[in-house]
Design a protein around this ligand. Structure first.
Ligand code: FES
Length: 104
């Protein structure tokens, strides 16, 4: 396990999704208030970028911009069709105002 610093918490706008590259991975990072969620940036339906989707900050979900599947940011599980498989999620550490993503 490796905790990779991806920036300051203040670098991320609450309620917005942003694509980041960490090593060979393409991730989507979403800050909601003081929490940060990280998933693989690849919809499990047809591999579209989730970073282009819409964040629902109240429910901590993201909706794929391509066909509308909704994923829970907390665990990557799909909450609606057409996606039926989860998206990988990553643990996040926030230390001294810095955001670190734990990658295997
Ligand atoms: S590619 Fe995401 S819902 Fe189809």
């Amino acid at each position: 396990m490796n905790a990779v610093d991806v920036g300051s918490l203040d670098d991320f706008v609450s309620g917005e999704a942003r694509q980041l590259h960490v090593g060979s991975r393409t991730l989507v990072v979403v800050r909601i208030d003081d929490d940060v969620y990280v998933l693989d940036d690849r919809c499990s339906h047809e591999e579209f970028s989730l970073a282009e989707g819409e964040v629902d900050a109240t429910n901590a979900t993201i909706e794929c911009a391509r066909h509308g599947a909704i994923f829970d940011l907390k665990d990557g599980e799909p909450q609606s069709f057409p996606a039926t498989r989860p998206v990988a999620r990553y643990d996040v550490l926030i230390r001294d105002g810095r955001v670190e993503v734990v990658v295997p």
